[in-house]
Design a protein around this ligand. Structure first.
Ligand code: ADP
Ligand code: ADP
Length: 228
């Protein structure tokens, strides 16, 4: 099955604001896709449906073939482990005394222990080039390094799909390039919410434009860039 399959997703907030009107999206395994669109377009609302934080509207969301159904707690737990969300602010994601403990937190909560847990932590930190920082407190790292560790905390869960909210925000040019290289090197499905069209073009062959709660475009990113 595809990593993500969204069909006819419509959602209104309790105050009546209609945020999504029948969104359809399929993302195949291993694709990297950018989600673009103006403020208020519904990007956050869509992302919060991917792991069932928001629900109750119309339509369906499937992650690796599993349907998000708030009544099915077991499947929902499985989906939450498969949808890895990297928040815009790494400091929302890092709260332990050391980098190692932050990266171990998710897999430990899944019940992993011992050698398997150590392997997860080491692999995830290696993939973002932060293994040497394992025993340091996250607060002692630069912002760009903290963002990479935040990515590692999610990779350690071995997600089906990695969702990144504005991954290039507040990065200096060197950190931007570093993170782009890391993201390109991962063999995981990526959905990247961003306003940074050059970054999207660099990383994501395909882009979705969400506008007013509908998918206004689904096209090769380079086509959108030449239209802009
Ligand atoms: P984006 O992430 O693209 O900026 P959002 O998904 O945050 O867009 O918002 C989509 C629409 O839903 C906007 O009209 C926004 O004002 C509205 N909205 C977002 N969150 C809430 C909420 N908690 N209650 C009511 N309306 C909301
Ligand atoms: P972003 O651009 O990151 O999506 P937003 O400005 O859309 O940020 O939303 C910031 C926060 O405010 C979110 O938690 C969103 O749910 C909430 N929010 C946005 N619009 C509304 C609204 N009309 N009523 C209530 N909450 C809202």
């Amino acid at each position: 099955p595809p990593s993500l399959e969204v069909r006819g997703l419509a959602y209104a907030y309790p105050d009546g604001t209609q945020a999504l009107y029948g969104v359809d999206v399929t993302i195949r395994r291993g694709e990297r896709v950018a989600l673009l669109g103006p403020n208020g377009a519904g990007k956050t609302t869509l992302v919060l449906h991917l792991n069932g934080i928001l629900h109750g509207g119309a339509g369906t969301v499937r992650v690796a073939g599993l349907e998000v159904d708030p009544a099915d707690k077991r499947t929902l737990r499985e989906i939450r482990r498969r949808v890895g969300i990297v928040f815009q602010d790494p400091d929302d994601q890092l709260f332990m005394p050391t980098v190692r403990e932050d990266v171990a937190f998710g897999p430990a909560a899944m019940g992993l222990r011992g050698a398997e847990l150590d392997r997860r932590v080491r692999d995830a930190l290696e993939r973002v080039g932060m293994l040497e920082a394992a025993d340091r407190p996250p607060q002692h790292l630069s912002f760009g390094q903290r963002r990479r560790v935040a990515v590692a905390t999610v990779l350690a869960m071995e997600p089906e799909i990695l969702v990144l909210d504005e991954p290039s925000s507040n990065l200096d040019p060197a950190s931007r390039r570093e993170l782009a290289e890391i993201l390109r090197s991962l063999d995981v499905t990526v959905l990247m919410v961003t306003h940074d069209l050059p970054y999207a073009a660099e990383l994501c062959p395909r882009s979705l434009i969400l506008s007013g709660g509908v998918i206004a475009a689904d096209a090769p990113t380079l086509d959108l860039l030449s239209d802009a």
